[in-house]
Design a protein around this ligand. Structure first.
Ligand SMILES: [Zn+2]
Length: 326
């Protein structure tokens, strides 16, 4: 899908409730393109990308970067390197977090402010925007007014954050960027009114904080789970999103605690006995062993099916029929 003269979006449908509607890989430039994000480790991302490249443009992938280390953005970096020989560019802060998702060669670290591009005339600027994760980075294609936001700003819903203060600072820096016309998020639809959307995002955060304070004002002491159940009560939250919602409440509570507006009564973690830990480890070994054996059987069946296609059916005959002219 064409977004701007030098930007296309490959939107891959997603059924993870954390990723509204779709996960998007962006292509920037012509001929030798830059990919922003790469999807998770599932065949459909690679199919979509390969299919898009084959069907709609005669382009190759010359360079790849990611908006942060989370697996749904970074899991195909190795594939992009192996398949297309792409140069991989990663923000310094993300290097240690990407681990074995980084290819062995062709990786260059970049910093806040680095300019990267598939060509001399099409270049994006990296803007470090911690808050969703420590290594979150947005890419600004100023010449076309496009900002690639990853999970820092999502289309159609609020994102999850792990540091409130850093996050608000990141949003306000993005808001002030020159020539901002389109936000291209890692999940959900493209956003056409960036400044108003960022303002609504900031308001949404403060609104949630206000709700948390309101809930606390009406009770004695509450766990973050109990607060989440009240604050998110009217939001039709799917069950798979409840833990994530609790983490958001936690993030707000940490900020409020730092500001001296909330007291924390430290809990006591449940300690497991050495015996419990040993038993759990043994069970896990058993499970992994069964999975490994199932994989082996599957591979064996696949090889047998191939052999059946490629070879004569001599195993079925003591003496196979023969033919000659009558
Ligand atoms: Zn993320």
């Amino acid at each position: 899908m064409q977004i701007a003269p030098n930007v296309r979006a490959v939107q891959v449908p997603d059924n993870n409730p954390m990723h509204p509607q779709c996960t998007t890989i962006y292509l920037v430039g012509r001929g030798q393109v830059l990919t922003i994000d790469s999807g998770e480790d599932a065949e459909r991302y690679r199919w979509m990308l390969r299919g898009y490249l084959a069907a709609t443009e005669k382009a190759e992938i010359g360079m790849s970067c990611v908006t942060h280390h989370h697996r749904d953005h970074s899991s195909n970096l190795r594939w992009l390197r192996d398949e297309f020989g792409a140069d991989v560019r990663v923000l310094n802060e993300g290097m240690p977090l990407l681990g074995d998702r980084l290819p062995e060669s062709g990786v260059t670290a970049i910093d806040h402010g680095s300019e990267i591009g598939p060509s001399d005339d099409v270049r994006v600027t990296a803007i470090h925007t911690p808050g969703h994760s420590v290594d979150s980075v947005c890419y600004h294609l100023e010449s076309e007014g496009v900002l690639f936001t990853g999970d820092t700003i999502l289309g159609g819903s609020l994102t999850t954050i792990n540091d409130f203060a850093l996050y608000l600072d990141s949003l306000s820096r993005l808001r002030d960027l020159p020539n901002l016309r389109l936000l291209c998020p890692g999940h959900g639809p493209v956003i056409e009114n960036p400044v108003a959307y960022i303002d609504a995002y900031i308001r949404g955060r403060y609104e949630r904080e206000r709700q948390i304070l309101e809930v606390l004002a009406q009770s004695q002491e509450l766990t973050s789970w109990a607060i989440m159940e009240v604050v998110y009560a009217d939001r039709n939250l799917g069950p798979r999103l409840r833990r994530a919602a609790e983490r958001q409440v936690d993030t707000h509570l940490r900020k409020l605690e730092k500001e001296g507006r909330v007291n924390v009564y430290a809990g006591k973690p449940r300690e497991k006995s050495a015996e419990e830990i040993a038993r759990a480890e043994e069970k896990e070994h058993e499970r992994l062993d069964v999975i490994r054996r199932a994989d082996e059987y599957r591979e064996e069946a696949r090889r047998r099916a191939l052999a059946t296609q490629e070879n004569p059916s001599s195993a079925d005959w003591e003496d196979p029929p023969r033919y000659a002219l009558a």
